[in-house]
Ligand binder design. Structure first.
Ligand code: PXP
Length: 262
């Protein structure tokens, strides 16, 4: 399988997902803790971008959070959204740096699987065209599946975000280590996506225990991490949790490639 990097190996970007700061706020229905404050702290701690998912049911991030992030953030916003006309209109109004298209079901606790691009190819091709024309980088959240990767390339997406949740959950539950076939599959599919000209990101369920093998994939340019960092912040503080994750990413990159990319 081709493994030619289309971009020079650089520092792996960390996108911090702040959805669950909003989850805690919404548990009481007030204004505290403020996701924008978390985003600004993440920026200082070394995040390269902020990810926020405006769900149809607004269970965590709200429209006014997106307004505030767009107005006050200095680092790029990766706006996660379902492929609905409502979300498309919001994205076109704000024109965030990137949009990440995810599947969404009301009854799920979190994004459960990747998008079935192969099944919805036509719809998604039309859906993302205006977003690309508006200057947004378009990322598609998919499983590590050759068919889905090929479909993502065909619809004109610039980026795929690989769903690494099953691998990360396996690590946390003690079922997987670095010899897991699931990890090998992710590695192969990262290389394959890169060979098709797609930029590769990875996200979902990443923790201190699972980040290093993923950070060592040369094609992966960005990791998007939320729930674990926000949870860890309860114990060590947000700044420290982000800095530790950042350090593990850099350590992994340095170990894998023998260069100091930090
Ligand atoms: N990437 C995508 C596309 C997601 O849907 C999520 C969860 O909102 C994340 C990354 C972050 O996942 P986690 O919160 O498990 O770190």
């Amino acid at each position: 399988m081709a493994n030619t990097l289309i971009q020079p190996l650089g520092q792996l970007r960390l996108g911090v997902n702040i959805d669950h700061v909003a989850t805690v706020r919404n548990a009481r229905g007030g204004v505290y803790p403020d996701p924008l404050r978390a985003a600004k702290m993440a920026e200082i701690a070394g995040a390269d971008g902020i990810t926020a998912h405006l769900r149809e049911d607004r269970r965590h991030i709200t429209d006014s959070d997106i307004d505030a992030l767009m107005e006050h953030l200095r680092i790029p916003l990766n706006f996660e959204m379902a492929a609905t006309p409502e979300m498309q209109a919001i994205a076109l109004r704000h024109k965030p740096h990137a949009v990440c298209i995810v599947p969404e079901k009301r009854e799920e606790r979190t994004t459960e699987g990747g998008l079935n691009v192969a099944r919805e190819e036509n719809h998604l091709a039309h859906f993302i065209a205006p977003l690309r024309e508006a200057g947004c980088r378009v990322s598609i959240f998919i499983a590590a599946d050759q068919k889905q990767i090929e479909a993502a390339a065909r619809i004109g997406a610039e980026i795929i975000e690989l769903h690494v949740g099953p691998y990360c959950d396996g690590v946390e539950e003690g079922r997987y280590d670095e010899s897991a076939p699931e990890l090998e599959r992710l590695r192969e599919m990262s290389a394959y996506a890169n060979s098709l000209g797609l930029e590769v990101h990875a996200g979902h369920g990443i923790t201190y225990n699972s980040v290093k093998p993923l950070a060592a994939f040369p094609e992966v340019m960005e990791l998007n991490i939320g729930h674990f960092i926000i949870g860890e912040a309860i114990f060590s503080g947000l700044d420290s949790a982000i800095r530790r994750m950042r350090a593990l990413m850099d350590e992994s990159r340095n170990e894998a490639f023998g260069v100091n990319v930090a």
